[in-house]
Ligand binder design. Structure first.
Ligand code: XUL
Ligand code: CO
Length: 440
């Protein structure tokens, strides 16, 4: 087995004063933060598609990075990708990976042959997992790139395409179970529409739910105990994706009785495409008990599309980790870097610089989030702000003891209530965060 990154040795934690670019400044895997090690908190994962396959191809030009791994034969390349991926994960101390079926092994002449070749690759991965202890965070099926999925997969107008989709997902769930994955993701792909003039929305949504019920039923029948996830995204590739944002997906899950088996896989750049902050999406998931996993990346605030950049924004990472800690941490989920080096960052070293940047950003985010909680000023402010619900009329409302009649009586006797309000203190709270961040 060849070494692909000969000039790069295992990346070490050297601390904040290090100027070595190929070293962690903040990610110290075994450091305890709030009683758990950083690696237990963060559960970093490599995304097979961007890292092992993404070569910088965009709408205006061909790839800039060589991701052939020295092989032109597709089967040999798939195997080489496994070797290279495990070398990257080992050198970066990344303990998980996420995959689409077709990133592991491409389509061949028939579905039967495609499945057979996928089995060979997953057998090989399973062996490497045994040797290294590296785990699968989640798997998914690439039901969006082949022309058969031009009008959608689970939401295709063609029942034949729906059947093909089901067959592909069945196999992808089997691969996930075989690799010990604790999650199976549905990201909408082309599940949405371009124009309502040709679209039976009601049937498409019913069918998407049918597909998910089949996936749950089959997954559970072959021993999948992990979480199914939906990864919300409002647009791209379709004009309107059905899984628009967390709130929309929640409505869908509840309508179709899927809420017990599904949680959210929240992606930062998808949140901003939906005109939400990353923290908003995480909060909606948390307060509704469906927080699951995270696709860690960021968009460019000046671009309105899904740029999938490696996360370097400390503020966003801190508020993200604050939500994760408040949710009790990850259970089956983790932080998957659904991110790619920029097209101009085309060298092998750039893979490492990108991951180091992302991992250090989240390590800092975690430290700041824990400090926000330990500091207590923000939590106390919020508790005080809502203290009128702990006693008196507030408590009566919560306890179900006061309805419209009692509240009218109360309001009439109380008179004007503006004086019961206090300042929202947004600027003071933002300054607290700066204070906490810069004294870390
Ligand atoms: C696409 C996206 C996907 C999913 C997995 O925008 O985020 O890579 O994470 O299909
Ligand atoms: Co994603």
């Amino acid at each position: 087995m060849s070494e692909y990154f000969k000039n790069i040795s295992k990346i070490k934690y050297e601390g904040r004063n290090s100027t070595e670019p190929l070293a962690f400044k903040y990610y110290d895997p075994d450091q305890l933060i709030g009683g758990k090690t950083m690696k237990e908190h963060l559960k970093f994962a490599l995304s097979w598609w961007h890292t092992m396959g993404g070569d910088g191809t965009d709408m205006f030009g061909v790839g800039t990075a060589d991701k052939t791994w020295g092989e032109s034969d597709p089967a040999a390349r798939s195997k080489a990708k496994v070797d290279a991926a495990f070398e990257i994960m080992d050198k970066l101390s990344i303990e998980y990976f996420c995959f689409h079926d077709r990133d592991l092994s491409p389509e061949y002449g028939s579905l039967a042959e495609t499945n057979e070749k996928l089995d060979e690759v997953t057998d090989y991965i399973a062996e490497k997992q045994k040797e290294t202890g590296i785990k699968c965070l989640w798997g998914t099926a690439k039901c969006f790139d082949h022309p058969r999925y031009m009008h959608g997969a689970g939401t295709s107008p063609s029942a034949d395409v729906f059947a093909f989709t089901a067959a592909q997902i069945k196999k992808a769930i089997e691969a996930t179970v075989k690799l010990g994955g604790n999650g199976y993701v549905f990201w909408g792909g082309r599940e949405g529409y371009e124009t309502l003039l040709n679209t039976d929305m009601g049937l498409e949504l019913d069918n998407m739910a049918r597909l998910m019920h089949m996936a749950v039923e089959y997954g559970r029948s072959i021993g999948f105990k992990g979480d199914f996830y939906i990864e919300p995204k409002p647009k791209e590739p379709t004009k309107h994706q059905y899984d628009f944002d967390t709130a929309t997906v929640l409505g869908f899950l509840r309508k179709y009785g899927l809420e017990k088996d599904f949680r959210m896989n929240i992606e930062a750049n998808h949140a901003t495409l939906a005109q939400h902050t990353f923290q908003h999406e995480l909060r909606v998931a948390r307060v509704n008990g469906v927080f699951g996993s995270i696709d860690a990346n960021q968009g460019d605030p000046l671009l309105g599309w899904d740029t999938d950049q490696f996360p370097t924004n400390i503020y966003d990472a801190a508020l993200c980790m604050y939500e994760v800690l408040k949710a009790g941490g990850f259970t089956n989920g983790g932080l998957n870097f659904d991110a790619k080096a920029r097209r101009g960052s085309f060298t092998q070293e750039d893979i490492f610089f990108s991951y180091i940047a992302g991992m250090d950003t989240f390590a800092l985010g975690l430290r700041i989030a824990q400090k926000m909680i330990d500091d207590g000023r923000i939590d106390k402010f919020i508790a005080d702000r809502y203290s009128s619900w702990n006693t008196g009329i507030g408590k009566d409302i919560i306890d179900g003891k006061a309805g419209f009649a009692e509240l009218e009586k109360y309001a009439l006797s109380k008179g004007e209530v503006t004086s019961s309000l206090s300042s929202g203190r947004q600027e003071m709270l933002e300054a607290y965060i700066n204070n906490i961040m810069f004294s870390i």
